[in-house]
Design a protein around this ligand. Sequence first.
Ligand code: NHW
Length: 395
Amino acid sequence: MQSKEKKEKEAHKFWNTQPVPQNESDVQEDGVIEHKEVSDIKQEPYKLPSDFEWYLVDINNEKDRTDVYTLLSQNYVEDSDAVFRFDYSPEFLQWALQPPGWKQDWHLGVRVASNKKIVAFISGIPANLSVHESKLHLVEINFLCVHKKLRSKRLAPVLIKEITRRVNLTGIFQAVYTAGVNLPTPISICRYFHRPLNPKKLCEVGFSQLPHNTTMASHIKKYKLDVSFLNLQPMQEGDVSQVTALLNEFLSQFEFHQVFSEEEVRHMMLPIKDVVFSYVAKDENDNVTDFTAFYSLPSSIARNPKHTHIHAAYLFYYAPKGLGKDQTRSRHLMNDTLILAKQANFDVVNCLGLSHNQQFLDELKFGKGDGYLHYYLYNYRCKTIQPEQMGLVML
Ligand code: NHW
């Protein structure tokens, strides 16, 4: 074996053992990697180091919800300087973890046996994806977290193997997940973009820098939003079926996308205060013509005398009239989305450079971020998806 290849193999002691492509040349065509039956799956949980125990979180129980919230708010994803850390709210977690078909068995915690403190977590929710024309019923894995004091002890692989076992026992053998880090082997890599709404605060907290030769006044002016184009109104229960049809039609243009049932749209898209914000435009016959949604994901800020959080809205799903063929309409829809996020007091709108987002990023003054999000499939080979063919947005 060549020494470079050997190094790479050693570099991923866990992922080398998993049914994922080990590199891009491993993917000649799409398809399942390892065929398994429920009867092949062991019944007993994987062993944890002594002192620790598995714990199924009851996300509807306030104490459990607060415990998971506390773990994540103190230990979840940070930027490379450890200044900004995702601060998903307890209400957000309650919503995100319970779409139709959710299972408590897939809200998996690890506790210290002696004091019952939750020190690690991983979750799965069911979803249907369309991948290059194939339909996959799988799980979306998210919120993998190990307490900072327990890092680098190979606990993450145990969590991943145990959730895999629990998912496999229900007859599901594929998963999708995203991460900032590069693992074997991304199916797509999408860049983050940021659209300042409160440019002064973003400079004060070090999220952005005032460009050279620019005054703060002109910087603020640059990001002003005034004209709105569509009469967007909060989405309501009565819009669910039309939004489902419109959104699925829009998404079906992409090689890789989620397929939503009405029940899933009802759960994931109807507005929830301070969690998910969604709006529709309607024509004179009261038919939904456009849809847009964003979710609230603040980041806490370490060591700042003035601000504790950046209030970030993340662009979730949208579907413009004309399904993006009319680029002006897409830009108008997104312009109005920015105005609504500003009205809701967000400091910034974040999104990825996927699906049709290139249609509006420059014109609406989104800036390129430093971060990239890698998309992965577990136990399924999939030829590379270009960002503009990616139609899956995860929380
Ligand atoms: S990405 C967010 C992940 N969470 C964070 O970044 C929070 C802060 N970091 C931590 O809590 C969204 C820890 O650093 C974590 C690793 C827990 C990340 N995905 O225990 P060890 C998600 O939640 C590999 C996958 O010593 P640690 C998606 C790493 O490459 N693997 O590390 C989650 C190494 O393996 P290798 C990751 O730092 C998807 C091994 O972990 C990873 O104490 C999960 C080291 O383990 C990541 N983000 O804990 C996969 N980060 O082979 C689901 C590191 O390289 C798969 N690693 O030696 C599908 C399962 C379901 C299938 C069903 C059919």
